[in-house]
Design a protein around this ligand. Structure first.
Ligand code: NAD
Length: 398
């Protein structure tokens, strides 16, 4: 079989010769008891860079020894890109949300042999799920592999926005010492009301991680958490996003991108928020309207916005979020720490082993199977496509 793998570019100065840590901490299980990815074998050292082209997710030896062919590229956007040329006879395509190969309806139509799209990470909105359902292409992801990595990033971003870390760091780097400047937008999070849109794996872990800061915790989700968890974290559940926005100083967005959540935070929704609230969005860029966010930062309606997700990705060089005031954006990195890469590379290998051996793929990994939403897809997504406009990614200039 032919496996096409789209990964982000190597480091500018080549692959690292060594890494800050010689080994990763051992993690036995995820908090709900789910086991970590468990392939029969691994051909990589956890802690090394695996998500870029030369890292190859540690898959080459495994695939070639079994007689398959592996094509790895980062050339994924624009007319006649390498990924499009290789897709036409590919059986499996692997892509990462950080550097997504948007599997649009046109691309799916161009690939008659395609059987499975694997997301090396979590979030399969870069695949036109409607088209995948119609063409009976299974869509799978490595559920939980980086949920806790993202939750750490969210806590970091909430603290850095509210305390205004970026500005203070900038003052030091530029040789200054004006403390009044440095603190004129700086607050404590203690006592604030913080709410999450969705309390799945990331949302719930974020709530747990925030609890020790002595904040008031709120959530909205289509699935209500158990009374035990609500009690443990002293959570306030809201039936609507609007009811939560009205009372929260900080909102963190943790739902998948699907037709119900696309453009959820537009001008109208932001107008319902408290004045001077903060948003941290590490879910997907398209959940927030890009101009509405930039305008709300300009006017002061929002005191800050941070996150690591954009639309499209890579974000064009002139994307307004690169230049708006009081933002704390990173490129899409929260789920691709070296720690997370080891888990999702192992998860992709587990999925491939199951596929080649005709064994069932874990239910938790399924988004679409046999022409229908399945597993986590049925729990967390709605049918439809959110890939329109993705061709804009070709405007990014290295
Ligand atoms: P999850 O499936 O455990 O949780 C998703 C939650 O969203 C579920 O509880 C579901 O009920 C809820 N939900 C879905 N639609 C909703 C709606 N319309 N309104 C309210 N709640 C809704 O997934 P997770 O591991 O928590 O990941 C969530 C999302 O975060 C992913 O789909 C992905 O888009 C994003 N993510 C980003 C990164 C990153 O690197 N920035 C990494 C992993 C995941």
């Amino acid at each position: 079989m032919k496996i096409l793998c789209i990964l982000y570019d190597d480091p500018t100065n080549g692959m690292p010769k060594n890494y800050p840590l010689s080994e990763l901490p051992k993690i036995e299980k995820y908090p709900d008891g789910m086991t970590l990815p468990s392939p029969k074998n691994k051909d990589f050292k956890p802690g090394e860079l695996l998500g870029c082209v030369s890292g190859e997710l540690g898959l080459r030896r495994f695939l070639e020894d079994a007689g398959h062919s592996l094509v790895v590229t980062s050339d994924k956007d624009g007319a006649d890109c390498e990924a499009d040329r290789e897709l036409v006879d590919a059986d499996i395509v692997i892509s990462q949300p950080f550097f997504p190969y948007y599997l649009t309806r046109e691309r799916i139509k161009s690939a008659p042999r395609l059987k499975m799209a694997i997301t090396a990470g979590i979030g399969s909105d870069h695949v036109d799920l409607d088209a995948a359902i119609e063409h009976k292409i299974d869509v799978v992801e490595v559920t939980y592999c980086n949920s806790r990595s993202v939750a750490e990033h969210i806590v970091m971003m909430i603290l850095s926005l509210v305390r205004d870390y970026h500005h203070q760091h900038y003052i030091v780097n530029s040789g200054g010492w004006n403390i009044a400047d440095a603190v004129s937008r700086s607050y404590d999070v203690e006592g604030m009301h913080i709410g999450t849109v969705a309390a799945g794996r990331i949302g719930l872990d974020t709530l747990r991680k925030l609890k020790p800061f002595d904040v008031h915790l709120h959530y909205f989700d289509r699935h209500r958490l158990s009374p035990d968890i609500e009690k443990e974290l002293n959570l306030t559940f809201h039936n609507t996003v609007e009811s939560m926005l009205k009372v929260c100083d900080v909102i963190t967005i943790n739902c998948p991108l699907h037709p119900e959540t696309e453009n959820l935070f537009d001008d109208k929704m932001i107008a319902k928020m408290k004045n001077g609230a903060y948003i941290v969005n590490t879910a997907r860029g398209k959940i927030c309207n890009k101009d509405a966010i930039a305008n709300a930062l300009e006017s002061g309606k929002l005191a800050g916005y941070a996150g690591d997700v954009w639309f499209p990705q890579p974000a064009p060089n002139d994307h307004i979020w690169r230049h708006m005031p009081n933002h704390g954006m990173t490129p899409h990195t929260s789920g691709t720490s070296l720690s997370a890469q080891a888990r999702y590379a192992a998860g992709v290998r587990e999925i491939l082993e199951c596929f080649f051996e005709g064994q069932p793929i874990r239910d938790e990994y399924l988004i679409v199977q046999d022409g229908a939403l399945a597993g986590m897809g049925a729990h967390s997504y709605s049918k439809g496509s959110t890939t329109s406009g993705s061709e804009e990614a070709a405007r990014f200039q290295k």
